[in-house]
Design a protein around this ligand. Structure first.
Ligand SMILES: *Cc1c(COP(=O)(O)O)cnc(C)c1O
Length: 426
């Protein structure tokens, strides 16, 4: 297909109907595919021919969404998964086994932290967490002989740190390993990590990519740029006996990583996305560019309002010039970051609770990054068992409110915030 600009790609990439075929991407709700001969089926199993044979390994609806995601990120291929968590796990397990080691930014999504800290650790994979604000020397010092990859988030959930992608990618490459980043918050509309040397991107498609909070999903996208022939990754350069002795780097060339993730890990783990969910995801992605533009312009207006209001103690939004991450944001996501803002109001935990309870338009939910404005007050919900002292240690101040700005009319969102502020601080 012709290379289009991102907003056109959102609508048209991945699916081009033939004469008389459905204009809209169909949901292929089938686990199996029939062939005229066993020979044809055998060739598919041997990877000698292209085609679908079992939905765990591939499905036309999933395939179209994967092609769209790969086109948006500028990669050679993608694999969709049943959730963002599954994508993170498979992205790492594809190149890291018991006895291996990962360098990971400490500012990552809570689920990612738990995966590395607990589950992968129990599987024999060690992780060294580094501050996203570390120096190059501190980052380099975290590597070991058995390090297999570096993991970070482009824009962290919920702390909104903009990671210095070039510094993380350069350090990874200096140690002969790939850099993987979770690009969920900015989406490929606002940040294209491959342009800064990142090798592999993961997503929770549950958030902005879907945008309507109707499906749980994840994705891995491969840039095709990492050279697996550097002696460190025999899983790509030596035969995989469990797959007819295939040598991934020889058979799939630049797409070796994503092909192995599918042929090997999806086969064995089976965290496949459902065709129906992929259909919803595709529908969401069609309007992604438009929605991100509105999320960002709305969030910018609201962050600017909060910043000048005397009742507000502090505001954290990379789009504000006062943000310590403004410069990095301008470099890596110059057209906008995302719709999430964190802030605190004077009066601490009690005022924050009153503010939350007074909101009328914004809903209180454990979710972020969809088209409805929503809020979460960690100190009275997800972290409610903690004392103020413990919250501080966890990096969550008692007054922290995470506001996920939706795409409603910005004046309505502002009016809601104003009336809630009034009630909370009176
Ligand atoms: C939500 C989220 C995840 C986990 O995704 P699920 O789809 O909930 O499994 C991973 N990374 C980031 C940045 C997220 O926001």
């Amino acid at each position: 297909m012709k290379q289009y600009r991102p907003d056109t790609t959102c609508i048209h990439a991945g699916y081009t109907p033939g004469n008389g075929e459905p204009r809209v991407l169909p949901i292929v709700q089938s686990t199996t595919y029939t062939y005229d001969s066993s020979k044809e089926m055998g060739d598919l199993f041997d990877l000698k021919a292209d085609g679908f044979f079992y939905t765990r390994l591939g499905n036309p609806t999933l395939d179209a969404v994967e092609k769209k995601l790969a086109a948006l990120e500028g990669g050679v291929g993608a694999l969709v998964t049943s959730s963002g968590q599954a994508a993170t796990m498979m992205a790492v397990l594809n190149i890291c086994h018991a006895g291996g080691h990962v360098v990971c930014s400490s500012a990552v999504y809570g689920g990612t932290f738990n995966l590395f800290y607990k589950t992968l650790h129990e599987m024999g994979i060690d992780c060294t967490f580094v501050s996203p604000n570390c120096t190059e020397d501190e980052l380099n010092a975290a590597f070991r002989e058995n390090t297999r990859c570096v993991f970070a988030e482009t824009l962290t959930n919920p702390s909104l740190v903009v990671t210095d992608l070039e510094m993380f990618a350069n350090a990874a490459h200096a140690h002969g390993v790939p850099c993987i980043v979770d690009n969920t918050f900015p989406t490929p509309i606002n940040c294209r990590p491959f342009e800064f040397g990142v090798d592999i991107v993961t997503h929770s498609t549950t958030k902005y990519l879907d945008g309507h909070a109707v499906q749980l999903g994840g994705a891995i996208v491969d840039s095709g740029n990492f050279d697996w022939n550097n002696g460190k990754f025999p899983e790509f350069t030596e035969p995989d006996e469990s797959y007819h002795g295939i040598v991934y780097a020889e058979h799939f060339g630049k797409a070796a990583y994503i092909a192995k993730a599918r042929c090997h890990l999806m086969r064995d783990i089976g965290a496949q996305a459902a065709p129906m969910n992929a259909f919803y995801l595709n529908l969401g992605m069609e309007t992604l560019a438009l929605r991100m533009e509105r999320h960002c312009s709305n969030a910018q207006k609201i962050a600017e309002f909060l910043e000048q209001d005397d009742r507000v103690a502090w505001v954290n939004y990379p789009g504000l010039e006062s943000s310590p991450y403004h410069e990095l944001a301008m470099k890596y996501m110059p057209h906008g970051t995302c719709g999430v803002i964190s802030f605190g109001i004077k009066g601490g935990r009690e005022a924050a609770t009153r503010f939350m309870d007074s909101l009328e338009l914004a809903s209180v939910v454990t979710h972020v990054a969809d088209l409805r404005t929503c809020v979460l007050h960690p100190a009275s919900t997800t972290h409610r068992q903690m004392t103020d002292e413990q919250l501080k240690e966890a990096g969550v101040s008692p007054d922290l409110i995470r506001l996920s700005v939706g795409i409603e009319n910005p004046e309505d969102i502002l009016d809601d915030i104003k009336q809630a502020l009034e009630k909370a601080t009176k």
